[in-house]
Design a protein around this ligand. Structure first.
Ligand SMILES: Cc1cc2nc3c(=O)[nH]c(=O)nc-3n(C[C@H](O)[C@H](O)[C@H](O)COP(=O)(O)OP(=O)(O)OC[C@H]3O[C@@H](n4cnc5c(N)ncnc54)[C@H](O)[C@@H]3O)c2cc1C
Length: 476
């Protein structure tokens, strides 16, 4: 076993999409940078989350859309070719190999150490490599934690006997289970129910709450529930799992209401927990297992001298790749500015603060129908005390939607901040709305005056004409 010590300007722990971008930005600012990764470069997103899940969903959503196009429906009436979809998924997950990302890291001159990293007192990181070597790293300017999250699974009796799926197995499984039970009603649950039902599983969703996608506008959850049920998913609300057992290869699921369900696999899509348990945070006075709280420049609060940053999922601000990468661009720039003694622009919407995290986080749920939202929901806006006007419109009445699919069903909501005269939030639910969300993000992040939006004319006949209809409804 060898022990070595190395000094860098910046140390990044975790090479998911966020850590990679922090490292690249810090290096671009002229700082020597090393990144520590214990698994695969690209993290959860590339191998067990965004990329494989969207590869599973794309054929499902395309087929569901095509079935509603006159003259085309008959051509796509049969089942999906599950083997081909899984093979495509494997390709999109780069066959769980990260050579391409290693090449990219080399091309941006960031050093890589493969191994598990622990904080080891101020500005120090200890790494144990797969070969059993220990490398101690010391940072002149900053350590950035980008260790992400793992699936949080509730302590159900018998859980350890059933080899339950988490999002990892749900996105990487190489066989379609005959019967799949899914516990949860959030984004991962609805996306995986959509995918596996279409691939041939009989899916049953066990949802504790009284609806799906509870953090979004309620109509989104209702439309997704209808879509899942039409596809054959058994969606059960106010249902929880009391205990589990695997017998003769089957998962026996006892429900809290006394009911019983048998499945071949059970997926827990019940939230995320931060990767801070085994990270040495106690060596700098923080509590293992806690999310790392940060200020708007991503410095961890409560750590003296401001050398520790936390970026991406681990800071709990927005558990999304695009938002984490936005944070990474900002964190890399601010680390660079502080290291070179340049002024830090931390005014609202400044170069060194992630203002969009608070006001304009876009998200897409890739189900059928899709859901796309940005900014506040009605519930948030009222909770934060904003004076808002809620403008609703039936997406099915838009000409572009008529063209898109026969019997198109969808809904849109725009929230107007009455004090600022701008759009505070938008939610679209309906087939084909994913690509609409960036228009809404520009309106919200750009704080475009509502009267100016009137002059942004959507092309006829596109679903984007929803903007015109919402504005007409607002103007009366
Ligand atoms: C099923 C699913 C689907 C999703 N789909 C989408 C989507 O479509 N769009 C979207 O925007 N978001 C999606 N997300 C969320 C997205 O995956 C995360 O927001 C994103 O991966 C966060 O990136 P990160 O770099 O912060 O963390 P991660 O991707 O989790 O990467 C963290 C990295 O740190 C490493 N690490 C952890 N601890 C240590 C340590 N001590 N030492 C060394 N290395 C360590 C890990 O091995 C990992 O590689 C999805 C999530 C799930 C679960």
């Amino acid at each position: 076993m060898n022990e070595t010590t190395r000094i860098y300007d910046v140390i990044v722990i975790g090479a998911g999409p966020v850590g990679e971008n922090v490292a690249e930005r810090a290096r671009a600012a002229g700082l020597s940078t090393v990144i520590v990764e214990r698994e695969l470069l690209g993290g959860e997103c590339s191998f067990w989350a965004c990329d494989p899940s969207k590869a599973l969903l794309r054929p499902v959503v395309a087929q569901a859309d095509a079935r509603r196009v006159p003259g085309l429906g008959q051509a796509v009436a049969g089942p999906l070719d599950a083997g081909a979809v899984l093979a495509h998924r494997d390709k999109m997950a780069s066959y769980w190999k990260d050579e391409d990302q290693v090449d990219w890291l080399n091309s941006v001159s960031v050093d890589l150490i493969r191994g598990h990293g622990w904080l080891d007192g101020p500005r120090r990181v200890r790494v144990e490599t797969a070969d059993g070597d220990t490398i101690t790293l010391s940072a002149r300017h900053a350590v950035a934690v980008a260790t992400g999250t793992h699936a949080a699974v509730p302590a159900v009796p018998g859980l350890d006997t059933v080899r339950a799926w988490t999002s990892r197995e749900a996105t990487s499984a190489d066989k379609v289970p005959g019967r799949l039970a899914i516990v949860g009603g959030g984004v991962v649950a609805v996306e995986m129910a959509t995918a596996w039902q279409a691939l041939g599983s009989e899916v049953t969703m066990l949802v504790l709450e009284d609806g799906l996608l509870r953090r979004m506008e309620p109509f989104a959850g209702r439309l997704v529930t209808d879509g899942l049920r039409e596809a054959g998913v058994d969606v059960r609300f106010k249902t929880s799992v009391a205990s589990l057992a695997r017998e003769n290869g089957e998962v026996q699921i006892a429900l809290a209401d006394g009911g019983h369900l048998v499945a071949d696999e059970i997926l827990f899509a019940t939230g995320r927990a931060p990767n801070t348990w085994d990270l040495g945070v106690e060596t700098i006075g923080l509590t293992p297992g806690d999310w790392l709280k940060v200020d708007d420049t991503f410095r961890v609060t409560g750590v003296a001298d401001g050398w520790l940053y936390a970026v991406g999922d681990v800071n709990h601000r927005a558990l999304l790749t695009h938002q984490g990468k936005y944070q990474a661009r900002i964190a890399g720039a601010v680390i660079g500015a502080r290291a070179s003694g340049e002024p830090v622009d931390d005014t609202m919407w400044g170069a060194h603060v992630a203002t969009a995290d608070h006001m304009a986080v876009p998200q897409v749920v890739f189900t059928h129908p899709e859901v796309a939202s940005v900014g506040m929901t009605t519930h948030d806006a009222i909770g934060f005390g904003h004076r808002i006007k809620v403008v609703d419109y039936d997406l099915g009445h838009v000409a572009g939607a008529h063209q898109y699919a026969e019997g198109y069903r969808g809904q849109a909501r725009m929230l107007i901040d009455l004090d600022r005269g701008t759009v505070a939030g938008v939610t679209f639910a309906g087939p084909g709305v994913a690509e609409l969300v960036h228009s809404a993000t520009v309106a919200v992040a750009g704080e475009v005056p509502i009267d100016r939006l009137w002059h942004a004319v959507p092309a006829f006949p596109t679903i984007s004409e929803i903007w015109l209809r919402l504005l007409e409804t607002h103007r009366g």
